[in-house]
Design a protein around this ligand. Structure first.
Ligand SMILES: Nc1nc2c(ncn2[C@@H]2O[C@H](COP(=O)(O)OP(=O)(O)OP(=O)(O)O)[C@@H](O)[C@H]2O)c(=O)[nH]1
Ligand SMILES: [Mg+2]
Length: 203
């Protein structure tokens, strides 16, 4: 599969047509700094499509990127603001969480799959777990993407796998959980196959 084109379309904070124009969304959520934007860039083979590594908490909108490939239907990659960054004021944090929850639980959007990204070193946070609950309640498909495995040795990865299994009982590596490094481009192809594998073929 080849990525033919990937372009920023728009940033939204509320109801807009782009939410339901018939193009499926694959959305990326997670705490600030876990590597959401880096993951999108690496998945698409575009180093600078999405700005990365800037002051956490700066992304205030839900950013839509239209992605075309040679074999699948077009898809929106949706980059959401990061949640839970300590230096963002409490009011702002509540507001950002509100935007994320609104997007996740939207009843009529074309949201197809949510990729919840965590930092391998930090593990699952309480808000990550709340997001799982919200997605279960609203019937959304999701996968857990564990980024930055370059920061752990094999022993650390095995320990993390046990912890995740305890928190997410139906977790199955390679199916709904992926361990990878966006930075080192490790295992990213497995995540890419899982994301694009769920899309319809190009007409
Ligand atoms: N070691 C390591 N660092 C990574 C990896 N992926 C991303 N990073 C670094 O983590 C930092 C944050 O990356 P971003 O992609 O900007 O994170 P984000 O989740 O989009 O952050 P917000 O937009 O603030 O929510 C950057 O300095 C990246 O270079 C990885 O696989 N390994
Ligand atoms: Mg980002």
């Amino acid at each position: 599969m080849k990525i033919l084109d990937a372009q920023f379309v728009t940033g939204v904070v509320g109801e807009r047509d782009v939410m339901y124009d018939g193009t499926p969304h694959i959305a990326f959520i997670g705490r600030s700094n876990v590597g959401k934007s880096t993951t999108i860039n690496t998945l698409l083979g575009r180093k600078k499509l999405v700005k990365t590594g800037r002051t956490p908490g700066k992304t205030r909108e839900i950013n839509f990127f239209k992605v075309s490939t040679d074999i699948t239907q077009d898809v929106y990659f949706v980059d959401l603001p990061g949640y839970g960054y300590a230096k963002v004021s409490k009011t702002d944090r509540q507001r950002l969480r509100g935007i994320i929850e609104w997007y996740i639980s939207h009843p009529a959007s074309d949201l197809e799959l949510v990729v919840l990204i965590i930092d391998a070193k930090a593990g699952l946070t309480d808000f990550d777990k709340q997001m799982f609950e919200l997605m279960d309640q609203t019937g959304k498909n999701y996968i857990l993407a564990v980024n930055k495995i370059d920061k752990l040795n094999q022993k650390g990865i095995n320990k993390l796998k046990k912890e995740i299994k305890a928190d997410v009982p139906n977790a199955e590596t390679g199916k709904n959980v992926f361990y990878y490094s966006a930075f080192k481009n490790k295992n990213i192809h497995l995540l890419r196959d899982a994301l694009f594998g769920g899309l319809k073929e190009k007409e």
